[in-house]
Design a protein around this ligand. Sequence first.
Ligand code: NAD
Length: 495
Amino acid sequence: AQKTHTELAVPGIGSITIPVGLFIDNEWVLPANGETFGTVNPATGKPLVDVAHASAEDVDRAVKSAREAFHTRWGLRVTGAERGRLLNRLADLIERDAKTIAALESLNAGKGISKATNGDVAGTVSTLRYYAGLADKFYGQTINQFGPDAIAYTLHQPIGVCGQIIPWNYPLMMWSWKVAPALAAGCTIVMKPSELTPLTALYMCDLVKEAGIPAGVINTVPGLGATTGEAISRHMDIDKVAFTGSVATGRRISVAAAESNLKKVTLELGGKSPSLVFPSADLEQAAAWTAMGIFWNSGQDCCASSRIYVHESVYDEFVRLLKAKAETCAIGQPSDPATSFGPLISAGQRDKVLSYIHSARDEGANIITGGDNWGTDGFWVQPTVIGDVHQGMKVVREEIFGPVTAVGVFKTEEEAVKLANDTSYGLAGAVFSNDASQVARVTGAIDAGTIWVNQYSSVSAGVPFGGFKQSGIGRELGTYGIEAYTQVKAVHQNI
Ligand code: NAD
């Protein structure tokens, strides 16, 4: 039966009432056609709750609310300082409810509870606070090159109504990366969380209302990609769509945007990020960072260190160290505070990852450690390191989105850079070397939106993030992130 709220037993919290409806105009409503979809606990494979499935008609209702809010209650009607105040208030409420939110994220996405708390929830709060601070500090320019009688200046104006479509690997973080800069810029939102992980984005809605963010500023329409997502990307009154997810879906969204009203598009897509390990590197550190890069979030990370190229002189030693890291990953139930490595999101994802491992075996690669599923319930794959790979193998060419890294060898710096760039992706890369001029040369030469030097995985609200090549269009975070939700108006004025 249709309902807007339901009971759910959340580990560490107890039975709580959570929203499972559509959030439009700051109210919980039911979908016009009464459809729902199911969610699943990835650690057990058992069903969690059914959630409302927004139809195209519901999306249209959400867009109307967002449009009305943009013109009357947000956009140019509210000062940047006021938008910043409300974003900070929302961050306060997330901090107040952090324990429940982290537990819900852990349950729905299969993340270790400690990581959900210290990574996902803390990161969400810091992104909101960063953009709260930026909301009244994103200025235009004055151009006074016309003598005493004329001036030109620029205004940074909000783009308008934004559709936001996010994936399941970091449901809360991706929510904050989209929502915070859009609200800071003065845009209003129609948000579609992933159908696999809608629960925390829905939980946020009550906090949005409690924070005092006006009705219609953030509408949330859970649903499937092919229906709800498609309705957003084809809608004639959405001014921009911001998307994080796979290259295939990004391409579809781009086409839908172009074929409808030519809405603006920001795409954060996949990756096949290379790590280069040079002989001067601290190998123990390089192994620790690359292991974190691939096994964090069980490899379900767009910038996972899924290709590692090691100088031939240190290959054996590096592989020995990396194997040890893989074998000491804290695999366990998401609700256990000691767990750092949880299940994959779905049976489909587990099977896809295992099929990549099988293909590597068939192609003659060496499975150094891991290579199988883990446990009996839920969707787990062991931390896996594959050696003796070459560029033709599927595990080297395609994004696996699981805890599987492929390790290859290089002889010269030039070859290392060539191997790193031999991909259609360009999201991230890492350089492990203690030769400063080599670091500068190689960092400059890798085609990727983020390079980590002697570290991995650092992401911060103040630093831009996004892809070269087919890893995406545009940037999120930092001042670039708010720019992506504004448009520049040039004004020429006679004095
Ligand atoms: P996905 O593309 O399958 O789905 C992402 C979102 O798009 C979901 O909300 C889904 O419902 C929606 N969607 C699916 N089909 C759609 C359509 N036709 N029209 C509109 N929306 C549609 O991706 P996923 O499997 O959820 O996430 C994994 C992918 O995301 C990986 O490729 C990963 O690299 C990428 N990713 C990228 C970043 C980044 O910042 N670059 C971050 C996280 C994940």
